[in-house]
Ligand binder design. Structure first.
Ligand code: PLP
Length: 436
């Protein structure tokens, strides 16, 4: 690691200088914990297609894609044009625009379970509202989520995101562990934590907790938790158990929506009650959305002063984001999804062959254009199984790849974009081969 950091700092003097300026005005010098790494992050100045350039002029191939948001790559012409045209007519208004209707129409057409929806500015606000409306609809207080699953940064979901196993209890009956300072005990006590891919254990917990559970929040791919797809029949059993208990089943498709025109729910054939969206539906601008069953979403209907849940938001459904989202989704044709799948398959096949050749205790998971490197030989069933044998390995690989001109997430998750070529994917595999 020392060598990787020495090489990185030797090449990034301008980023270091910017970081030092930033330290004077922001704690740790930034506004986004997830993108920070020691000794300092590189500052970005430009992106084009599959590549981006930092403040020192270093070009890197982007397999992070702003944490899977940039499905078309950087600055795609059609999206830039749409945003420029809309921006010239006003950036935001104290009222709705037609763009909002059009994006909502596209999304409801693609996702049949999404009968009606509302827009937010982040995935965090989307999951926060989905949880709130589930509580309002059921009159129950608790929610359930999976160990290792990330759903944003509001209190209710900052529980057992990446818990220390010493505090997390039994694998089949995980204890809720706060993932941040400042989360009230009352909230932690009201979050039930489930083990991913263990349907028997989940059914047992849901049977016991069911009468007090408003919602079960599920990222169908356990995205940030390592892109670990559900075992055959797992989502179906969650669907049956929640239906039986009157628990609102929420699919958090902020990441997984990118695996098919109708998201993971289309790919796996399971219909949730509510869905949350974000990332790609905003075409690179801040976005979120939540929606689903019209009877549940009715709580937001403000006609005749009737809204049971008030959902403001100065920039909700702002025309720039709506136009960028529409322009992005217009590019996502069936052929585009086939291409994304092919890129992901090529990458996973290349990495798997490499790891085998080098006899490394590692593997790659994923689905479609999403993938994640895992530094363990264990069968990848859940958060616990996916923990690296050497906890420092993911960050070493991240730094090593950075020096090779490749950007991944620090935990090893990545996404192929439509701007990539087969040669870009092969370059990733070659670079990984050199650093491991
Ligand atoms: C599954 C999932 N839900 C919610 C969020 C939060 O979205 P945002 O960062 O837009 O608040 C994320 C972000 O990575 C996510 O992966």
């Amino acid at each position: 690691m020392k060598d990787h950091v020495a090489e990185y700092t030797a090449k990034t003097a301008r980023s270091r200088a910017l970081h030092e300026e930033a330290l004077r005005v922001m704690p740790g010098g930034n506004s986004r914990t997830t993108t920070f790494f020691d000794p300092y992050p590189f500052y970005l100045v430009r992106g084009e297609g599959a590549r981006m350039w930092d403040a020192d002029g270093i070009e890197r191939l982007d397999f992070n894609g702003n944490y899977t948001s940039l499905i078309l790559g950087h600055a795609p012409a059609a999206v830039v044009k749409a945003v420029q045209e809309v921006a010239a007519s006003g950036m935001s208004f104290p009222g709705p625009t037609e763009h909002e209707i059009r994006l909502a129409e596209v999304l409801t057409r693609r996702i049949p379970s999404l009968e009606t929806l509302r827009f937010t500015n982040s995935g965090t606000e989307a999951t926060m509202n989905a949880v709130r409306v589930a509580r309002a609809f059921t009159g129950r207080a608790k929610i359930a989520k999976f160990e290792g699953a990330y759903h944003g940064t509001h209190d209710w979901v900052l529980v057992s995101v990446a818990p220390d196993l010493a505090a997390a209890g039994n694998r089949r009956r995980p204890k809720p562990v706060p993932s941040s300072s400042g989360i009230p005990k009352e909230i932690v006590k009201n979050v039930v934590v489930l083990p991913w891919n263990d349907a028997d254990a989940c059914e047992k917990i849901l049977a016991k907790e069911g009468p007090s559970l408003a919602a079960l929040l599920v990222d169908p791919l356990l995205g940030i938790g390592g892109v670990i797809p559900p075992a055959g029949g797992f989502l179906e059993r969650l669907r049956a158990a929640t239906a039986q208990q009157g628990i609102v089943l929420i699919f958090d498709e902020v990441i997984s929506f990118r695996v098919a025109p109708g998201g993971a729910q289309e790919r796996f054939g399971v219909r949730p009650d509510l869905t949350t969206l974000g990332k790609i539906i905003g075409g690179g601008l801040p976005v979120g959305a939540f929606g689903g069953r019209a009877d549940v979403m009715g709580a937001y209907d403000p006609r005749k002063g009737g809204a049971r849940i008030s959902h403001g938001g100065t920039f909700n459904a702002n025309p720039l984001t709506m136009a960028a989202g529409l322009a992005t989704l217009a590019e996502l044709t069936p052929a585009a999804y086939a291409r994304l799948d092919a890129l992901g398959d090529r990458l996973r096949a290349g990495v798997t062959a490499l790891l085998r050749k080098k006899k490394l205790a590692a593997q790659v998971s994923g689905l479609g254009s999403l993938f994640c490197l895992h530094w363990t030989r264990k069968r990848l069933t859940d958060y616990r199984a996916s923990r690296p044998a050497d906890p420092a390995m993911p960050l070493r690989v991240f730094m090593g790849l950075l020096n090779e001109g490749i950007v991944l997430s620090q935990r090893g998750m990545g996404a192929c974009s439509l701007a990539m070529t087969d040669a870009d994917v092969d370059r990733f595999v070659d670079a990984l081969g050199r650093i491991v």
